[in-house]
Ligand binder design. Structure first.
Ligand code: AMP
Length: 249
């Protein structure tokens, strides 16, 4: 485990529809490997909360469940990737969401991040791309049931992981929040956006033999164990070579 928090992991990209558990699995990866999670949804919500210019531009778009324009997203992602804590690697959650974003990310990693941070390019780890596959009805339950504590950040699901007292946090008793875009009418828009725009991202990485498909209709622990196996094998295989296509059952 000590080794896991010292070695280079490189970029880890977690793909999957809203509600697939990207955020939860990204946090597991963060805890095990000691690399930061970069969630474009969280970065945007932070900007909305602070009322920044970007937040004001993104707020209405996010409330409709549509994708925020690329030029806004690229700015926040590239400045976050340049921060010192990203040097050993990072987990991207919610990005890239379109094939254009995937191409932009490849170009950015190649030209800007790696060239500046590592003189010996043969030591860089190629991105690991993990796609979480989930049944559609499971997704609806996960999204409509999702709640979070505004005080301690703990996540719940009223269907699968309910709090002890209805709608109150077990830890501090705060009233739990539902994200505004987890309303049923917005959810169908978000899933439609995923279908039309994000599937090409998986196709893009599959064509490059970089996609690892993980069945996410299982417990969070089982999914995490499988993802750790993929990352650990990738570390052993990397050594400057190309990533291999794997399909996890
Ligand atoms: P998420 O928390 O990942 O579900 O994202 C919440 C919302 O933020 C999405 O519905 C989009 O409006 C916006 N968003 C997050 N990531 C991106 C992205 N990579 N490209 C465009 N919009 C995004």
């Amino acid at each position: 485990m000590a080794n896991e928090t010292a070695r280079n992991i490189g970029p880890v990209i977690v793909l999957g529809p809203p509600g697939a558990g990207k955020g939860t699995q990204a946090k597991r990866i963060v805890d095990r490997y000691g690399i930061p999670q970069i969630s474009t949804g969280d970065l945007l919500r932070d900007n909305v909360g602070r009322g920044t210019k970007l937040g004001l531009e993104a707020k209405a778009i996010m409330a409709r469940g549509e994708l925020v324009p690329d030029e806004l997203i690229y700015g926040i992602v590239s400045s976050r990737l340049r921060e010192a804590d990203c040097q050993r690697g990072f987990v991207l959650d919610g990005f890239p969401r379109t094939a254009a974003q995937a191409r932009w990310l490849d170009a950015t990693l190649e030209k800007e991040i790696f060239d500046k941070s590592q003189s010996d390019k043969s030591e860089k780890c190629p991105p690991i791309v993990i796609q979480l596959l989930v049944d559609y009805n499971q997704l609806l339950l996960r999204l409509t049931g999702r709640r979070s504590c505004p005080t301690c950040g703990r996540l719940y699901n009223i269907h699968f992981q309910p709090p002890l007292v209805d709608e109150l946090c077990d830890v501090d008793g705060s009233k739990l929040l539902t994200r505004s875009d987890d309303r049923e009418d917005v959810i169908s828009e978000r899933l439609a956006a995923y279908e039309s725009q994000t599937k090409p991202v998986a196709d893009y990485y599959r064509a490059q033999r970089r996609l690892v498909v993980v069945n996410a209709d299982r417990t969070m622990d089982e999914i995490a164990a499988q993802i750790f196996g993929v990352i650990d094998r990738h570390g052993q295989d990397a050594g400057g070579g190309a990533a291999k296509l794997e399909s996890a059952s």
